[in-house]
Design a protein around this ligand. Structure first.
Ligand code: 5RP
Length: 232
């Protein structure tokens, strides 16, 4: 079995977060993603703000917002603005078509809303996130709580091996929007577009973690090197 050196991964996340932070331009509106790489991005941007960079941010989670506030990064509160210049976010998997699985941290709904409002989406990943075919990472599906049993039944009939996500306390994990997450252990998603359509059509499903036409560029750290993947 392949072993993964967590120290190397952490160093790669730091390196790619700094590379992404260098892309933020003065006086722009920037979407800040969620997850451990995104928190490193916020830290790197905080250092740039201290050096005089001015921008306003839209956070995709309470965790990211809290980190941004620590650095005095100005945040747009409330409704997501209709136009964001750039969103920078992490991912759980990406393939050769820059299609993503996101939502490992459970923030996929806000992440997708912010990404859809952004002119460009830049993704930051360590070297373990590159896959030939999406689906080894369990696909998160965000569901209205009262629909969870019905949706899980539906997903089981589709043979998507659904499992309700639970927190460390054993209780169902609750998203920032008050919904629950059902993780689908699919293994190999041969037709992501069709699956995205199927999931979106299930009553009670709020959003799913397939980000298919959103990423414009992926920065992937491999050791100390940053590899750049661009759309098409
Ligand atoms: C959170 C996400 C994250 O971007 C994804 O899980 C990657 O996280 P990390 O940077 O910690 O590896 O989609 O919902």
């Amino acid at each position: 079995m392949q072993t993964i050196d967590v120290t190397v991964i952490d160093q790669e996340k730091t390196a790619v977060a700094h590379a992404a932070a260098a892309r933020v331009e003065h006086r722009t509106i920037v979407g800040l993603g969620s997850g451990s790489t995104a928190l490193k991005l916020v830290d790197a941007l905080g250092a740039r703000v201290a050096d005089g960079l001015e921008f306003v941010a839209v956070a995709t989670s309470e965790q990211t917002a809290e980190r941004a506030r620590r650095w005095d990064i100005p945040l747009i509160a409330g409704a997501v603005p209709p136009h964001i210049d750039l969103v920078i976010d992490g991912a759980d998997e990406f393939d050769g078509g820059l299609r993503l699985i996101k939502g490992g941290g459970g923030m996929l709904l806000r992440e997708k809303i912010v990404a859809s409002a952004a002119e460009r989406m830049l993704v930051m990943v360590d070297h373990t996130k590159r896959v030939d075919v999406l689906g080894a990472f369990p696909l998160p599906v965000e569901v209205v709580p009262m629909a969870r049993a019905r949706v899980k039944h539906h997903l089981r009939r589709l043979k998507l091996a659904p499992e309700l996500r639970r927190g460390a306390d054993g209780k169902p994990f609750v998203t920032d929007e008050g919904n629950v997450i059902i993780d689908c252990h699919i293994g190999c998603i041969e037709t992501p577009d069709a699956l995205a359509g199927t999931l979106s059509a299930i009553p009670g499903v709020v959003e799913h973690g397939l980000f298919l036409d959103l990423a414009d560029e992926v920065l992937m750290a491999v050791g100390e090197t940053i590899e750049v993947f661009t759309r098409g």
